[in-house]
Write a protein that binds this ligand. Sequence first.
Ligand code: DX5
Ligand code: ZN
Length: 218
Amino acid sequence: QQSPLILPSVLSCDYSDMRGEVQKLEAAGVQALHLDVMDGNFVPNLTYGMPIVAAFRKLTELPLDVHLMIEKPGRYVRQFYEAGADIITIHEEAAGEETAQILQEIKELGAGAGVAINPDIPVERVMPFLEIADLILIMSVNAGFGGQKFNPVAIEKLQALRKAGPQELLLEVDGGVNLETVQACTEAGADLLVIGSAIFNQSDYNAAIDELYRSAHV
Ligand code: DX5
Ligand code: ZN
């Protein structure tokens, strides 16, 4: 698998034609999909839950990277796993003292376990999980909406984690990644680049993704 990888965030895809959207992304050579689950509580926006994850599961064999922006995520990790999630990422701010335990549970289920933090949370808050987690997700916007401006605080955090974490730890960045900001992310050590509007606002996903890879200098 090449690194870094671009993961389309399907938050802004056309849900009246999920099959067509998945086909276009597969034709563009995409290697995984990022699904944003929001509960209207942890974040001031609501998206979808297990049924839509299960629907994507039926439409593609691509790995599904499920980003849970929900309170008390431990309540639902098993159901998201059963719906077909390959990677499940919880927010440290939402899981609190249960973070390590939930990451362990995700791994025992057989999925990749990720932990995320918003831009205003210091990177120290994820340092205790570098050995237990498979992935750290550094938010470069406040979780909740696509199309926001990239916050460069993410770059310093990625650099710090690349230094501190084991080599196999996956570093993911999410929010405001576009032609202008993607290179800084890869230079800082990001393995997984979650990109929503910079792909879905273009009519040709293939061309958009190619151009993003070129700008990432990989
Ligand atoms: C925001 C989501 C992101 C979002 C990214 O809360 O986690 O995955 O869809 O969208 P862009 O790339 O438009 O910032
Ligand atoms: Zn996301």
